[in-house]
Each structure stands twice: as C-alpha cells, then as structure tokens.
Design a protein around this ligand. Structure first.
Ligand code: C5P
Length: 258
C-alpha cells in the first residue's frame, strides 16, 4: 500500500454543522472575469469552489490563488489520467497551485494511483480524490467502452482499488453513495456531483439525486454547478441547497462525514 497521502487543508470540513462546508460550487467558466463575477454574487454563501479544466486551462494557478486570497478553499478538478510517472509529476506541479483537493481518474489503475499518492504525501500537497465513473455515464455508455458491469459495480471496484492504492477520497454519483458507505465505511471522503434539486434539469448528467438524498445517504461534499451558476438568482439557488443540506444533516445518516 502507498504511504498515506497528505490530508490537505481540510479544516473546513471539520466545522460541524455549517452546511457551507458541504457544498462546492463548480466554476465552469471560460475566464476569470465570469468566474469571479459569480463568486461576488454568491458572497459568503459558499466556502468551497471547484475549478475544473475549462477555467484552469484558461487561467492557471492565478484563479486558485485569487480564490484562496478571498478566503475560499479550492477543489482542483483536473481528473489526471496518464502513466504513473506523468501523473506523479502533475500532482507535484499542481501542489504549487495551493488547492486543497485534486482529482485523478481511478481508471488510470493501481500503479498510477499509487504514484499519485506518493507524490501527494509531501507537505502542502492537496488531498487526492479518485474519480470513479463519470456521473454523465449510464450502463449503456459503460458498455460502449467495453465495461459490462453496472455503474454501481464499477464504482465499487474502482473505489476499492483507490483505497488499496492509498487514495482515501472518491468521486461518485449520488446513486452509489449509500452503497459505498455500506461497503467501504465512513472513513472515506465521498465527493458527489450529479446533484439536482427537485425541478431542475439533468442536462448531460445521467446519475443524479437531490441534495437531501445525497446527504442522507452519506455524501461528504456535494458538487453543484449549473443549478446554481445558471440560476436567475444564484445566491438564492445556493441558499436553497444549503437549507436542504442543513435539514438532511440533522438526520443520523446525514451527519458530517470525512
Ligand atoms: O453543472 P453540474 O452541476 O452538472 O456540474 C457538475 C460538475 O462536477 C462539473 O464541473 C463536472 O465537471 C464535475 N464532475 C461530474 N462528474 C464527475 C466528476 C466531476 O459532473 N464524475
């Protein structure tokens, strides 16, 4: 097994009760101006921002730094997937960015994830999350890339592989959260996109659920993009989600997880 990776700056997740620490808003924008305009509109509603490929390729480490300067925690969603040596190097380079969370693809295999975990064991490195099966994929899409297993079976396989490779955080859809909590326990951080409040459209997402359901099932951190960023009033949309999180986490199963 790889050495335990750096736990990253996860103080935020340890504040009990504050629903803002269980919501990451996906800043899927083509430039810094549009991204920071949304951040300004949300004010103190949120604590975590997710920077994905679209924004990072346009703005680089500068957007991560600007978000940190404003006091936010940053989840860098680069979904690294390459040979072990290259991914380890990318993890070391991404460490300079100052993000608290960084994604790699579990589909890169055990050797790749182990190399990434070793690279992330240095001081100041982000905590790594292994992306299992994209929330935009269903059984039909999986079959198209030669995987006959159902999404749930494949997610469990990849989550277990991530665990034995030293990666103790997983990205999965809301449909697998309860199953993963049962199968791999409460110590693994489960980060969950594909969140759709009642009445919002799924768009390209296939495996979705409401914020309430995801929290009750045991999600650690919800990732929400378009239901907030494309809302007429993004701050109200975010507040409605926070309200759902707050209500759901008052249930025994919804309490704060790793
Ligand atoms: O707009 P929406 O709420 O669908 O955004 C979901 C975000 O989560 C996007 O930024 C997407 O890249 C990310 N994501 C995902 N599915 C995964 C991993 C990340 O949708 N498995």
């Amino acid at each position: 097994m790889a050495p335990a990776q750096n736990s990253g700056d996860l103080k935020a997740l340890k504040v009990p009760g504050d629903p803002r620490h269980r919501l990451a808003v996906a800043l899927d924008y083509p430039d810094v101006t549009q991204a920071l305009a949304l951040v300004d509109r949300l004010g103190q509603t949120c604590h975590w921002y997710k920077v994905g490929m679209e924004l990072y390729y346009a703005a680089g480490n500068s957007i991560v730094q600007q978000l940190r300067d404003r006091g936010f925690d940053v989840f860098l969603d680069l979904k690294l997937h390459d040979i072990p040596n290259t991914v380890a190097g990318a993890v070391r380079s991404a460490t300079q960015a100052g993000a608290s969370l960084l994604t790699i693809h579990a589909g890169g295999g055990a050797a790749m994830m182990t190399a990434a975990a070793v690279a992330a064991s240095s001081s100041g490195a982000p905590r790594l999350l292994a992306v299992t099966v994209l929330t935009s994929m269903d059984a039909h899409e999986l079959a198209g890339i030669g995987i006959a297993a159902s999404p749930a079976v494949q997610v469990l396989r990849l989550a277990k592989l991530a665990q034995i490779s030293g990666i103790n955080g997983v990205v999965c859809s809301p449909e697998e959260v309860a199953m993963l909590r049962k199968e791999i326990g409460s110590d693994t951080m489960l980060v969950v996109p594909g969140i759709r409040p009642t009445g919002s459209t799924a768009e390209d997402q296939k495996r979705t659920a409401t914020p309430t359901q995801a929290i009750i099932d045991g999600a650690s951190l919800l990732v929400v993009g378009r239901p907030i960023t494309r809302a007429t009033d993004p701050a109200s949309a975010a507040q409605a989600i926070l309200y759902e999180i707050e209500q759901a986490q008052s249930t025994p199963a919804g309490k704060a997880k790793k």
